[in-house]
Design a protein around this ligand. Structure first.
Ligand code: DQA
Length: 141
């Protein structure tokens, strides 16, 4: 299965550590792979700053009916292209956020992808990813 990350998430550790914590993107990738191993899932972790690339990865997941954990980062709030790509897939897709966007600036209160995701997990730091991987493993697909 896939764990896809949108713009600026490669900067974890140095990026606004008061909001996103001190752990790096490599720490995040290791946590996802380790959690996957425990759950019997092979996890392919990717990050991009490019909207077109992220859309193409969602197409890849849709074509293979492969489950996805997705942190769309800032694309969450305005990318209808990403929303339309997500709407095409059939396997579970869980939207995750490290922070809790609902408790932050007004523009973060809107997610244009939430209504086409299977569900959303936000506000638990890197644990949001772990919880999402567990939700996918328990889904049984
Ligand atoms: C984020 C929240 C978004 O609002 C923000 O643009 C991000 C990270 C999170 O994981 O908390 O880049 O998706």
């Amino acid at each position: 299965m896939f764990v896809f990350n949108g713009p600026n998430l490669s900067r974890l550790g140095t990026r606004e550590p008061d909001v996103y914590g001190a752990e790096t993107f490599d720490d995040l990738a290791s946590l996802c792979r380790q959690t996957g191993r425990e759950l019997g899932l092979t996890v392919d972790v990717r990050q991009t700053d490019d909207e077109a690339e992220l859309v193409s990865w969602i197409h890849e997941a849709a074509d293979g009916a492969i489950p996805v954990v997705l942190n769309p980062a800032a694309f969450t709030h305005y990318s209808y292209a990403l929303r339309d790509a997500i709407a095409q897939r059939t396997a579970p897709l869980i939207e995750v956020h490290i922070s809790n966007p609902a408790s932050r600036e007004e523009f973060r209160h809107t997610s244009v992808v939430a209504s086409v995701a299977s569900g959303t997990i936000a506000g638990f730091g890197l644990r949001s990813y772990e919880l999402a991987l567990r939700a996918i493993a328990e889904d049984g697909r």
